[in-house]
Ligand binder design. Structure first.
Ligand SMILES: [Zn+2]
Length: 485
């Protein structure tokens, strides 16, 4: 029996706009229920929608990053929807003429290879509001979210492992953040994933396909990988029990994900698209994309995370790992890049950011570029380490001082006595004192005993301590080696 996992993914991204998709209502997470509503998003008769240009621009930028073609002509359709969280009784979406089509993304896998996933399309639509049922004598509806601009990205069924599904989710999150289309905060539901999963089983020269399952509303990378792995297992078990468990005999199914149990749960049989009764929205004019407008967006596309990572490795000489960490988030990648362009040595900058910049930012619950140290000043700090003015220990101290003091880095290093001493005469005096006071350790090193390494480290530490951390460790090490040989 040969089993192939086949997964296509639908991804919903809430766009980072000030207002809703078809009206001027504010998008405010956590605002009082039903405070951001108007006749359009309440679905009142006679109200007319108008499209949000910013949402369209964000979407086109994302589509270009995913190598999609942008349609010259695109229109809006009504999709039947009979739940009270979208009171118009339909959702405005795009059916047969989406604004973008036929793209791809190359996924970087852990074994160093890339896996290409074709992207069928990306289209724009509106989100529904929220129904609340729990703990209430009757259901309540909050329509603040109704009409939120949503970008839906649909891949071809080119994903063949849970890992690939997770990497796709991670790369897409980075891409929408890098182009500025979405904050893509998963806890806030700003990015949701819906894998369509089935198996192709070859047995005795015959191919069987298990029924397709769509797992709804996954909002973490762990859930994406877990749900796909669970379905692959569950569908194979079903098929082993009964070989008529196939697409021909069963309809599509929607299932949910129970994060605590790590299982998918049956929700309902899935509608075919004819059930949605799509038809063109007569209230909205189609969009004709202007070639000059599109060229302007194309010419101003920011560098994408994978390209940036490759540049950090190939041109700046960073290690793969450091380049991955630095390009995990757009603000950090751009902050580092700006500091390099301001003349900072790349490897020192990478050390400063990865060794204490990130942890400081997370302690203060902000992005690294919001800590108050400009890229120019970070470059100054890195240069002081590079030219030996201060050592690595002092650079962490100086970084902390710079958070609250705007004076030039060199001036602060002087003021706080962090300048490294490289004068060998002065350091030699300290080395002599330490050797005289620690005869036992000196003996351990000279006899080449088992303790030699530890004793050498101890002596080094003693000299550094006497210099109050200011001696250049390289000079100390050289002097110790000379005197102990
Ligand atoms: Zn509104």
């Amino acid at each position: 029996m040969e089993v192939k996992l086949v997964v296509g993914m639908e991804i919903h991204v809430q766009l980072a706009c000030n207002t809703k998709m078809f009206c001027g209502c504010r998008l405010g997470y956590g605002d009082a229920p039903n405070s951001n509503v108007c006749p359009v998003c309440l679905g009142l008769p006679g109200s007319l929608p108008v499209i949000n240009k910013q949402a369209f621009e964000h979407s086109v930028r994302t589509a270009l990053a995913l190598n999609l073609n942008i349609a010259e002509f695109t229109k809006w359709d009504r999709k039947g929807y009979y739940y009270p969280d979208l009171p118009k009784n339909y959702q405005i979406s795009q059916y047969d003429l989406p604004f973008s089509y036929d793209g791809y993304i190359d996924l970087p896998l852990a074994d160093g290879t890339a896996h290409r996933v074709r992207i069928n399309r990306a289209h724009l639509e509106e989100d529904a509001g929220k129904n609340q049922h729990e703990g209430l004598p009757h259901s309540q509806i909050d329509l603040n979210r109704a009409g939120t601009p949503l970008l839906e990205i649909v891949t071809e069924p080119d994903l063949n492992s849970p890992e690939q599904c997770r990497v796709l989710a991670q790369e897409l999150q980075k891409i929408v953040q890098f182009v500025g289309a979405s904050h893509a905060n998963m806890q806030l539901g700003q990015m949701r994933f819906e894998p369509n999963i089935n198996l192709q089983i070859t047995m005795d020269g015959k191919v069987y396909k298990t029924p397709i399952v769509e797992v709804k509303n996954l909002n973490s990378f762990r859930a994406v990988e877990g749900a796909v792995a669970y379905e692959a297992w569950r569908q194979l078990e079903e098929f082993k029990k009964d070989h008529s468990f196939t697409r021909e005999n069963h309809g599509k199914q929607n299932r949910g994900w129970d994060d605590a149990k790590g299982e998918t749960i049956f929700q309902r049989e899935k509608e075919e698209s004819s059930d949605y009764r799509y038809f063109p929205d007569p209230d909205l004019v189609p969009v004709k994309v202007d070639a000059g407008w599109l060229k302007n967006i194309r010419d101003n596309m920011p560098e994408m995370p994978l390209a940036m990572k490759a540049r950090f490795v190939n041109e700046l000489g960073l290690k793969e790992y450091d380049a991955s960490v630095l390009t995990a988030e757009a603000p950090m990648a751009r902050y580092f890049d700006a500091a390099v362009k301001a003349g900072g040595p790349a490897k020192r900058l990478a050390n400063i950011i990865t060794q204490f910049g990130i942890s400081t930012a997370s302690e203060k619950s902000c992005a690294i570029d919001e800590l108050g140290i400009t890229p120019q000043r970070l470059a100054e700090l890195a240069k002081l380490v590079e030219d030996g003015t201060i050592n690595a220990t002092a650079s962490a101290k100086l970084f902390n001082i710079m958070l609250t003091d705007d004076a030039p880095a060199a001036e602060l290093a002087e003021k706080h006595s962090l300048i490294q001493k490289s004068d060998s005469g002065e350091i030699e005096k300290l080395v002599d004192e330490v050797l005289a006071a620690n005869a036992k350790a000196v003996e351990d090193v000279r006899s080449g005993s088992k303790k030699a390494g530890a004793a050498r480290g101890f002596l080094m530490g003693q000299v550094m301590q006497r210099s109050k951390g200011q001696a250049n460790p390289k000079v100390v090490s050289e002097l110790l080696a000379k005197k102990l040989s």
